[in-house]
Design a protein around this ligand. Sequence first.
Ligand SMILES: [Zn+2]
Ligand SMILES: [Zn+2]
Ligand SMILES: [Zn+2]
Length: 329
Amino acid sequence: MPTGCARAAELRALGLGALLVFAGCAPGESPATAEATRDPFVRIVGTAQDGGFPHAACEHRACRDAREGVTPRRLVASLAIVLPASRRVFLIDVTPDVREQLDLLRDVRSLPDDRVDRSPVDGIFLTHAHIGHYTGLAFLGFEAVHTRRLPVWATARMGDFLANHGPWSQLVDLGNIELNTVVPDESVDLGDGVTVTAFPVPHRDELSDTVAYVIAGPRRKLLFVPDTDKWSTWEPSLLDRLDGIDVALLDGSFFSARELPGRSVEEIGHPLIGTTMDLLQERVASGALEAVFIHLNHSNPALVAGSAERRQLESRGFTVAHEGRELEL
Ligand SMILES: [Zn+2]
Ligand SMILES: [Zn+2]
Ligand SMILES: [Zn+2]
């Protein structure tokens, strides 16, 4: 029976890092210390569309079940890039659920004693200015964590939006965050053999443009596309973008047009899961690609384990992301 940190490492391997507080692991001997040589990995810390699950103010059956604990709640879509060798953590997107998401990363961070951690992550990459993807920045400000020059990477347009509109401009003015410009197709080197590279994605771009990120590690490459218009609008095509990608975390907002009565398929500004599976079936079946759906809307029946839609998706070799899942880089 594993004890102490061995037990903690086991919990973490199971994606249950948030339970480490119960694992009897002293602060100085967290499992990250024991596993300092582990390769970098991505931990999924959120999987829902911007409105969350249960969705804000929604009383439909699946949301009620999640609210009442019948089915698991989910957090808004976000990834953590964990670099165990240097004990650093980066987020892709910072959501309204960021408080809980930092709790899911306690086992891989260096925690301070008895006070607020002013640098709970080492940097943040943003995809775009819709509420699920950046408004967690508010917790970095004076009223909450009060970070000091935390690096935030965003496109030039997204950075301009943040720097010139309150309340975000206050984060820049007070030095809570330091904006770095993400240039499409130019890699940002995080060290430990990991790079992050953005490319533009078509999406409703009211306040900012939108990007997807490729996260490349020593052994594998991941693509993260939480929000996009239909694949038919992509140039280069999705299949071209997937060349060399091992795992794709893709916009799974809607399973089919049926879940949005009264709206035509053309009106839905996202690829449907059924369409995406048809497009990628061959590559997934051949084992060349692992495809994982993320950013699921509360209406999506594939959110619920055991639903007919989830079973259909899994029988075709695809999966739905869940909080705590880890993907080696
Ligand atoms: Zn979104
Ligand atoms: Zn709902
Ligand atoms: Zn969006």
